[in-house]
Design a protein around this ligand. Structure first.
Ligand code: ADP
Length: 484
């Protein structure tokens, strides 16, 4: 199949979250399965042009009232059948960040920026004469693509055989704009109705894509069910339920070349199943780096993630006072909401058993996976989540709320049966969080044998991209069967 895959971020070029990792891994594994994959990404000015090859300089992108805008195109070949193209347009992408200014406010022209990018990717396919069987769009940024393929471009001979697949990586961000943005989409008012593009008087790009796409997916089976309910649906639950017949949940894989305690270059020592001595060295190294006492008699609990409500940081903050009484040490790595940066930064200053690093650090995220004993991820919702999967591989037992991908990947410890590889709680309350952390800490203190067996089970689990890519392949085949 010829696959046109568009995303607003991709590792290692531009990343704010898990979407970037999916956009790097899935195309790679689809290409390995023999498909011809073209990935399209904005050329944010944080991406060094020197690393790319100039392709051509006159890609015309029709933008309604703005007329035709002319973009430059760069490329980077990653494999014989896998090339990444970068859309260069300074007025939209010549900025410091991807989506927001330094204060976290969305750029006011995000509608134009990403409607432009979505259209540019389709026009690029035309310019390259790359007739996609599948147009795979991701999250709100590229939601216009499935909308157009079923409206504006429905009778376009170039896309006649193309079918669209739309993946929701996070339902919280839907691409909600003033209805005037319809003009950039070049769609008539007849599409501005509550079945298609309208929600509460505004234009909702994700809603439109859910309606128009041939197939839908999200990044875990549990999240696919959850987003049909009020707790997780962000207002779109009814709409998603109406389109659930074409929705599938496909769990992300992880890149075990990068996340492997036996080879990880960031770790002070290497270890693996059956040869765990290195983990103690990693722990000592992490303690030293974070200014913690080198205690081997206390469990070290790690946290890595965006400081966003989604990640349960408010629960952690609310339970922290109690949790600090537990015989444990803590390491926090993250950035995001200002209050949380202050809160977790301060904790390290006030309490000797806490270390924190406010910011983004690839190296430290690996060292926490390697050096911690337990990994905390109490998300309010979690489409898939990656860190808990890394944690399993590193034998760093995850403490998670049983939602979305966390529920699908972590098996709760059952002392009677002697099964499980993590500690789960359900209720989104500080009490539930506290008691689960306490359960984990007490198990660690009192039953090292059980912890050792849990570690061994955790480290034997695998969530491979090859398996996920095959599921996407099956979804693409199903999309191709959709009749027009
Ligand atoms: P989300 O996409 O919601 O942010 P995921 O768990 O799917 O959550 O992916 C987050 C990715 O970003 C992981 O690879 C995680 O290690 C990484 N990450 C998040 N915050 C940081 C940070 N402060 N430093 C280093 N890596 C981080």
């Amino acid at each position: 199949m010829k696959i046109l895959f568009s995303a607003s971020e991709m590792t290692p070029f531009a990343k704010t979250g898990g979407l970037a990792d999916v956009a790097a891994a899935l195309p790679k594994y689809l290409a390995r399965l023999g498909h011809e994959v073209t990935v399209v990404l904005p050329r944010y000015y944080s991406i060094d042009r020197g690393e790319l090859e100039f392709a051509f300089g006159n890609l015309g992108v029709p933008m309604g009232p703005l007329g035709t805008l002319w973009a430059g195109v760069y490329r980077k070949a990653l494999a014989e059948n896998l090339t990444v193209y970068f859309i260069d347009y300074e007025a939209f992408f010549g900025r410091k960040n991807l989506y927001t200014d330094d204060d976290g406010f969305s750029y006011p022209d995000n509608d134009r920026r990403f409607i432009f990018f979505s259209r540019a990717a389709l026009e690029l396919a035309r310019a390259l004469d790359f007739r996609p069987d599948i147009v795979h769009a991701n999250d709100w940024h590229t939601a216009p693509q499935p909308i157009w393929l079923n409206t504006l471009l429905r009778d376009d001979p170039f896309f006649r055989k193309s079918r669209s697949v739309y993946t929701i990586h996070n339902l919280q961000h839907q691409g909600i704009f003033d209805r005037s943005a319809l003009a950039y989409l070049q769609l008539g008012q007849e599409h501005f109705n509550p079945r298609e593009l309208e929600a509460m008087g505004a234009l909702n790009l994700m809603k439109g894509a859910i309606y128009h796409a041939d197939k839908l997916s999200t990044v875990s089976p549990t999240y696919a069910r959850e987003i049909q309910t009020p707790e997780f649906g962000f207002g779109l639950q009814e709409h998603i339920r109406a389109h659930a017949y074409k929705l599938r949940g496909i769990l992300n894989g992880v890149d075990y070349d990068e996340w492997n305690p036996a080879t990880d270059p960031y770790l002070a020592a290497h270890y693996d199943r059956g040869n765990m001595e290195g983990k103690a060295q990693c722990k000592a190294d992490l303690q030293e780096r974070m200014g913690l006492e080198k205690r081997s008699d206390l469990p070290l609990i790690g946290f890595v993630g965006r400081f966003a409500q989604q990640k349960g940081i408010e629960l952690i903050a609310a339970a922290m006072h109690e949790m600090l009484h537990l015989p444990a040490q803590w390491v926090f790595l993250g950035s995001g909401e200002k209050w949380a940066e202050g809160f977790f930064g301060d904790l390290a200053g006030r309490f000797g058993q806490v270390g924190s690093y406010i910011g983004y650090s690839e190296a430290l995220s690996h060292r926490i996976e390697g050096g911690a004993d337990l990994f905390l991820m109490p998300s309010l919702f979690e489409p898939c989540g990656l860190n808990q999967i890394y944690s399993l591989r590193y034998g760093t037992l995850p403490i998670v709320r049983a939602v979305g991908g966390l529920d699908d990947t972590v098996e709760n410890y059952d002392p009677q049966q002697g099964t499980g590889d993590g500690f789960k709680f359900w209720e989104p309350s500080k009490e539930a969080l506290y008691h689960t952390v306490r359960w984990a800490v007490e198990t660690w203190q009192k039953d090292p044998g059980a912890i050792e067996r849990m570690r061994d089970r955790a480290m034997s689990r695998r969530f491979s991209w090859e398996r996920s890519a095959r599921e996407y392949e099956a979804l693409y085949r199903a999309a191709l069967e959709v009749m027009r």
